[in-house]
Ligand binder design. Structure first.
Ligand code: FAD
Length: 465
């Protein structure tokens, strides 16, 4: 059997590895000039930083942990210091902050998960009645905005597109340390493990990966020209005109890419229930700005600055600078003593992506002059940022379940169902983090989904032979 895997991020590589180890020949077609997709470790500062995925979230039942931990690649963080800062630079006493944060967690915990409400609607309703939240309504509002960004709740324009309460039931975090780092080597280490090139590069699996192959058309059913050139069930054409054919194909591109391209990508078109799932699963935009200094100026490492915006301070950032008031946190970076990571979310992230690096640096400097005015901040040496929304090969950072998805009967399970040509043999399979039933949005969910679809093909191949 011949299989084509479209996309060589975590899901694609996990699928290619699994197929290869079972003796099935598979070809990986990757549009970019590198493997990894939303795992992108780049040199910056003294070592490397992760523009995309950075931490292994949890240990138990976590495929990434299972693959990486035996090699000693993962490290646990030290306890950190938290500073809660209003956008005018005033510090909020920790006990006030913790009381509000606890109230928000409690409200979500006790909420009816089947109420067809978004998490954001749930906490905003609670803010009207919960004593800990009504006590200082203005401060609570700043915390709620921070909470919405920090937890990527979405739905700022349309509450129905916000992360749903029910999505919490479908998301099963792995037990254990939630923020395991890669000891300065970056998340790309997992790619080396998946390819067997770590710890011994001479043991690298001979996977058949073709870079710079952007798939523009998948013919999975028609017997008609122009794209059919042999009798194989799947015929694929890339933007450079190269053609490939196979018995089956595993599509691992992000749901952001599927939203934009599914109509042109698949022939015959995808069935209505698949399109419904693609259109109603949401993609959040979360970006990172890494800021390098000559030396650390913050009092403790590791540490986190939580930024709590007030309307009057947002008004200082208008027009081209408005995105700055969407920066919601500054974190120190594991194994990188001179670097801070700024988090920016949603519309602000999209606007930041359209700015030049110089403008981003200027925006960050202005932010520091207000929010960090009580710290002796040294000059910025260098800056690097992500652009996940404008990247045509991702179109966002990761997927989440929305109220509108549930109202329309869509689900990750539907997205993950394979398509056949009437013979029940899976012709087109779907993997990638968004197809993970219980671990969407993370690398371990993506890896799990790639293995799931490879095993589906292996099982069917065994049945039919
Ligand atoms: C800022 C950010 C921070 C994150 N932090 C974490 C974290 O700390 N921990 C964690 O577990 N997860 C994190 N994630 C999520 C994690 O990165 C993703 O869930 C995971 O990497 C997705 O893997 P995937 O294989 O499903 O998709 P992708 O990595 O998107 O892989 C899909 C591949 O398909 C390719 N492709 C697209 N279109 C085509 C085409 N037409 N033809 C051929 N190839 C194509 C793409 O180039 C890409 O390589 C983060 C993501 C972002 C953006």
């Amino acid at each position: 059997m011949e299989v084509i895997v479209i996309g060589c991020g975590a899901a694609g590589l996990a699928a290619l590895r699994t197929l290869h180890l079972s003796g099935i020949h598979a070809i990986g077609l990757e549009a970019s000039d590198r493997i990894g997709g939303r795992i992108n470790t780049v040199d910056f500062g003294e070592k490397a930083v992760d523009i995309g995925a950075a931490w292994c979230h949890g240990e138990k039942d976590n495929k990434v942990f299972e693959l990486a931990n035996p090699h000693g690649l993962l490290g646990k963080p030290d306890p950190d210091t938290n500073w809660y800062l209003l956008s005018n630079g005033e510090q909020v006493p920790e006990e006030n902050a913790l009381s509000i944060l606890k109230a928000l967690d409690t409200e979500i915990e006790k909420a009816d998960k089947y109420s067809k409400l978004s998490i954001s609607e749930c906490i905003r309703n609670a803010a009207k009645t919960n004593e800990a939240l009504t006590k200082d309504a203005k401060l609570s509002e700043s915390f709620i905005e921070w909470f919405e960004r920090n937890n990527h709740l979405g739905g700022q324009d349309d509450p129905k597109k916000g992360k749903s309460l029910r999505g919490l039931v479908e998301h099963k975090p792995c037990e254990g340390e939630p923020l395991m780092h890669w000891k300065g080597r970056g998340y790309k280490s997992i790619l080396d493990v998946l390819l067997n090139r770590y710890p011994d590069p001479s043991k690298e699996l001979p996977l058949d990966i073709h870079l710079n192959k952007e798939v523009e058309h998948i013919n999975w059913g028609s017997t008609e020209p122009p794209f059919r050139f042999n009798s194989n069930p799947v015929q694929i054409r890339c933007t450079d005109g190269t053609m490939y054919s196979a018995d089956s194909c595993i599509v691992t591109v992000s749901v952001g890419v599927l939203k934009e391209r599914h109509e042109k990508l698949f022939f015959p078109p995808l069935p209505a229930e698949k399109v419904n799932a693609i259109e109603n699963l949401q993609m959040c935009v979360l970006d990172k700005i890494y800021i390098e200094f000559e030396k650390p100026w913050w009092p403790n490492t590791p540490g986190k600055f939580t930024i709590l915006w007030r309307d009057e301070d947002k008004a200082l950032f208008t027009g081209e600078e408005a995105w700055v008031s969407e920066i919601f946190g500054l974190w120190t970076v594991d194994c990188q003593p001179n670097i801070l990571l700024a988090w920016v979310y949603g519309k602000g992230a999209e606007a930041m992506e359209n700015q030049s690096v110089e403008n981003v640096k200027a925006g960050v400097e202005k932010l520091f002059s207000k929010v960090l005015k009580n710290f002796e901040v040294s000059p910025i040496k260098n800056i690097i940022r992500s652009q996940w929304s404008s990247n045509p090969l991702t179109r966002g950072s990761y997927s989440y379940r929305s109220v509108v998805l549930e109202e329309n009967g869509g689900s990750a399970a539907i997205l993950s169902e394979p398509l056949d040509r009437g013979d029940r043999f899976p012709t087109i399979c779907f993997a990638g983090e968004a197809t993970s039933h219980e671990r969407h949005n993370a690398v371990h969910g993506a890896v799990e989904s790639g293995i799931r679809e490879a095993e589906r093909l292996i099982k069917n191949y065994d049945l039919y032979n």
